[in-house]
Design a protein around this ligand. Structure first.
Ligand code: PEP
Ligand code: MN
Length: 338
């Protein structure tokens, strides 16, 4: 970290600033020139709260050299992390497909969807049991009954299951029943939840918040990893922009950014990005081409009557067609689809 002092800083103020940094257990190197007073800070600067430091009257500008996250950073872990979910590998050259309905609605619906996505080559079954709906009057999910139905679908198909957690009190149940715990976009900065998830041994799929920067998203991953759980999969699901034609704007460059900054696997959710089923195939192909480690995609046996997100759900046939194309593209972009 480099700290440039304000132009008119006195020698006493500059010395006081140096001492403040030293008192934090860090080393300082005075690299002042003729016109500027500058300090180089050496050590673990992740503990420095920049905002608090700006309260010091001598501080003009702070420039970070290292990222504020450590465990999520590629600097300390150059090799890509590969997460094993019951034999399904996520990361490291694999393109993993998680598919299923937005919500578990009833026995026949989830079983039909699960069997269909399995037959088309999906690796993991998705399905929401607890739904974070914008309206409190909208379908909130089958909750525990939904979880039981997901488990039944897992038993029948052999596909591991991913579903969204809402709060800390559900963790024991999810640890017992679920293969990947999804943290939804709306909970990305629920720091209590993230800390609690850091203490368990279960893969976490962390969706990017609706308006989160890439750094905020990686810091959210850091919250989980700091507690000891390093099995984090990032998921870009579209961000809020001025554009209204699509539900969100898929930030494809976020995949490349994460690959530059972190060793964690990153997948794309084309369904919540577009909000329209007709765009899902194109965005999934783009996910593959840009180097994502997989996709999480909504598939429904009867989208017109879906209780949630029917407009963005692929029918099984469209999913099957898409999978065939993805499998053709995968070897060209050095990805393995199993
Ligand atoms: C979902 O995956 O069903 C979901 C609610 O996604 P997000 O958190 O990205 O909105
Ligand atoms: Mn959905």
């Amino acid at each position: 970290m480099i700290i440039r002092a304000k132009q008119n800083t006195t020698v006493e103020e500059f010395e006081r600033l140096k001492q403040t940094i030293i008192n934090m257990g860090l080393q300082v190197k005075d690299v002042s020139g003729e016109t500027f007073k500058v300090l180089g800070v050496i050590g673990d600067t992740s503990k420095i709260d920049e905002r608090a430091l700006y309260a010091n009257p001598a501080v003009g500008e702070i420039t970070r050299i290292q990222s504020p996250y450590k465990k999520a950073s590629k600097v300390f872990h150059p090799d890509p992390t590969i997460i094993d979910v019951k034999g399904v590998k996520i990361g490291g050259g694999n393109f993993t497909v998680m598919a299923g309905p937005c919500s578990v609605e009833n026995h026949d619906q989830i079983l039909e969807c699960a069997n269909a996505v399995k037959a088309s080559g999906a690796n993991i079954l998705r399905g929401g049991a607890f739904k974070p709906r914008t309206s409190p009057y909208a379908f909130q999910g089958l909750e525990l009954e939904g979880l039981e139905l997901l488990k039944e679908a897992r038993k029948e198909t052999g596909l591991p299951i991913i579903t969204e957690i809402m709060s800390e009190d559900m963790i024991p149940q999810f640890v017992k029943d679920v293969d990947i715990i999804q943290v939804g976009a709306r909970n990305m900065q629920n720091f209590h939840l993230l800390k609690a998830l850091g203490k368990i041994d279960k893969p976490i799929l962390l969706k990017r918040g609706l308006s989160a920067t890439i750094e905020e998203w990686l810091m959210a991953a850091e919250y989980i990893m700091a507690g000891g759980n390093e099995k984090v999969i990032l998921c870009e699901r579209g961000i809020r922009t001025f554009e209204k034609y699509t539900r969100n704007t898929l930030d494809l460059s976020a995949v490349l950014a994460v690959k530059e900054l972190s060793h964690l696997p990153v997948v794309i959710d084309p369904s919540h990005s577009a909000g329209k089923w007709s765009m899902v195939e194109g965005l999934s192909q783009a996910a593959l081409a840009v180097g994502a480690d997989g996709i999480i995609v909504e598939v429904h046996n009867d989208p017109e009557h879906a209780l949630c997100d029917g407009a963005q759900s692929l029918k099984p046939k469209a999913f099957d067609d898409m999978m065939k194309k993805l499998k053709l593209i995968a070897p060209i972009v050095d990805k393995v689809m199993k």
